[in-house]
Design a protein around this ligand. Structure first.
Ligand SMILES: NC(=O)c1ccc[n+]([C@@H]2O[C@H](COP(=O)([O-])OP(=O)(O)OC[C@H]3O[C@@H](n4cnc5c(N)ncnc54)[C@H](O)[C@@H]3O)[C@@H](O)[C@H]2O)c1
Ligand SMILES: CC(C)[C@H](C(=O)O)[C@@H](O)C(=O)O
Ligand SMILES: [Mg+2]
Length: 351
């Protein structure tokens, strides 16, 4: 198994080290190759996605990524900023399907800011389209108008085939779950998402067993907090999925619990936590590494088809939580507050 390991910035190196520790403890035939991305790529090669890093990622079966970004790069030209490196690698590898499972481990019911009964038993799969939408649409930029005023522009854009392929991913996943897909759009206002809705309805005909519903994104944001367990699979575009997945992470106790898989048509994938580089807590060994460890489990499941080891890692996470280990973000009275590296050790010990 050839894995490109891209720790990135901020807490990236700390959390990726824990996931690597867990993967190594599994006794698999692993070839791990590390390379810089994001701010680390800019420092090393003047490019947030250095050519060497991209080559390594393309040659690997899968990519394990930490996070990118730091405030100190915010004044760089946009193409040199860390986030652009992440967007480019997603596009270059054609990782159009971003799976973000929001699953509540029962031990963390009281770590959520919502009432335990609202979140108990939560198990939502957010399917976010990842290589289209306003993130990539042209034209974009900031220009100066004739009257001297500046104008910022981004273009929300989806073509039919992009919507169709993410719809198939969502419906196929729903077939293995509770057979419910909620498509989230803003079809009452935006033509892009009016087309999104039309294509969802067309594709749904190929999956007669799956119940398709539609929800406007503003209502979806509210429903996720009001009654999150009504959802099974949620499918949505890039920007709405970015926002709703951060929101959903809090249902699981912390943003530090939400893993992700970004897949191409052949399940080659990049695996990363849904959260960012958390510059506010970087370098202190206090970040929650579980989202990254759970992303490594997704790597085993989706790219290597190794359900046994994927479940082994997930069960070890569950056991570590049952044993009372908690990083600061999920700590509650009566549990054992541990550092990031100690949480990694606890998961390894529970394998
Ligand atoms: N996929 C990615 O690489 C990714 C995702 C989101 C944001 N970013 C970037 O990260 C930087 C910081 O962005 P932000 O502050 O808006 O979002 P963030 O997700 O980095 O942090 C938001 C808050 O959540 C906390 N947090 C995040 N991950 C945590 C973890 N594992 N354990 C404990 N607490 C955690 C942080 O301390 C912070 O208070 C920016 O440069 C942004 O562009 C990168
Ligand atoms: C850092 C940023 C480019 C990224 C995104 O918006 O996709 C992040 O927020 C995420 O959710 O992975
Ligand atoms: Mg995000």
């Amino acid at each position: 198994m050839k894995i490109a390991v891209l720790p990135g910035d901020g807490i990236g190196p700390e959390i990726v080290a824990q996931a690597v520790k867990v993967l190594k403890a599994l006794d698999l035939d692993l070839e791990l190759n590390e390379a810089p991305i994001g701010g680390a790529g800019y420092e090393a090669a003047g490019d947030p996605l250095p050519a060497e890093t991209l080559k390594l990622a393309k040659e690997a079966d899968a990519v394990l990524l930490g996070a990118v970004g730091d405030w100190k790069y915010d004044s760089l030209p946009r193409d040199q900023r860390p986030e652009r490196g992440l967007l480019r690698i997603r596009k270059e590898l054609n990782l159009f399907a971003n799976l973000r499972p929001a699953l509540l481990y029962p031990e963390l019911a009281s770590a959520s800011t919502l009432k335990p009964e609202v979140v108990a038993g939560l198990d939502i799969m957010i399917v976010r389209e990842l290589t289209g939408d306003i993130y990539f649409g042209q034209p974009r930029g900031i220009s100066t108008l004739e009257n001297g005023e500046r104008e910022g522009i981004n273009t929300m854009r989806y073509n039919e085939s992009e919507i169709r392929r993410i719809a198939h991913v969502a419906f196929s996943i729903a077939m293995k779950r509770n057979k419910k897909v909620c498509s989230v759009d803003k079809a009452n206002v935006l033509e892009t998402t009016e087309l999104w809705r039309q294509v969802m309805i067309e594709v749904a005909k190929e999956y007669p067993e799956v119940e398709l519903s539609h929800m406007y994104v503003d209502n979806a944001a509210m429903q996720l907090i009001r009654a999150p367990k009504q959802f099974d699979v949620m499918v949505t575009g890039n920007i709405f999925g970015d926002i709703l997945s951060d929101e959903a992470s809090m249902l699981t106790g912390s943003i530090g619990m939400l893993p992700s898989a970004s897949l191409d048509q052949n399940n080659k994938g990049m695996y990363e936590p849904s959260h960012g580089s958390a510059p506010d807590i970087a370098g202190k060994d206090i970040a929650n590494p579980l989202a990254t460890i759970l992303s490594a489990a997704m790597l085993l499941r989706y790219t290597f088809n190794d359900e046994a080891n994927a479940s082994r890692v997930e069960n070890a996470v569950k056991k570590a939580l049952e044993q009372g280990y908690r990083t600061a973000d999920i700590w509650t009275e009566g549990t054992n507050k541990v550092k990031c590296s100690e949480m990694g050790d606890a998961v390894v010990a529970a394998l």
